[in-house]
Design a protein around this ligand. Sequence first.
Ligand code: ADP
Length: 202
Amino acid sequence: MTPWLLGLTGGIGSGKSAAASHFADLGVHLVDADDAARWVVEPGRPALSEISQRFGDAILLPDGTLDRSTLRQRVFQDPAQRRWLEELLHPLIRQEIQNHLSRATSPYAILVSPLLIESGQYRSMQRVLLIDVPLELQLQRSMRRDQASEEQIRAILKVQTSREERLRHADDVLLNDRDPDWLRSEVKRLHNFYLTLKGGKP
Ligand code: ADP
């Protein structure tokens, strides 16, 4: 039977990666949208040669991999180039995610995506789990993890969708406002619940 799909999302520093690794420990197949976005431009993949044909070899690093920061700078100031790049990559990333999820043998599979709501990816999911965290904790944990200033994290938060918007799309909310053991036990509880669902529904 094909697994049903759970979208796992949350703002920066909410605990998505930590929660995802607990689900993986429980044997749930998962794919991270950020990894998929990296895989499609690996050397040897057609997208990378299309990008280098358009932007020149200056967007390649000496080892032949994509120089992401140079590419980011090139498209930052140029909406037409950015649109071209998005039109090339978005379908490939979608396909890459689908390929990985379709190989799942667990009863359900997870797409971990910070932009699940913004990108519209949530529409392809049977269910959405939001990792939610109060702003203060989100700032503290992100600053500690990324060695970043409060201003840097706030700048990222500003371009991410709001907590309210995420809550509006969530079927389940894991409030990650206690210690790591609590997070693990909440993941276990949700996993047991998910195993009772058919197609993501009770
Ligand atoms: P995200 O993937 O959503 O950006 P992470 O899973 O990387 O977030 O979590 C952000 C930081 O907070 C990490 O350093 C992680 O170890 C830590 N963290 C996550 N959950 C908890 C928790 N319940 N208690 C303490 N620290 C946590």
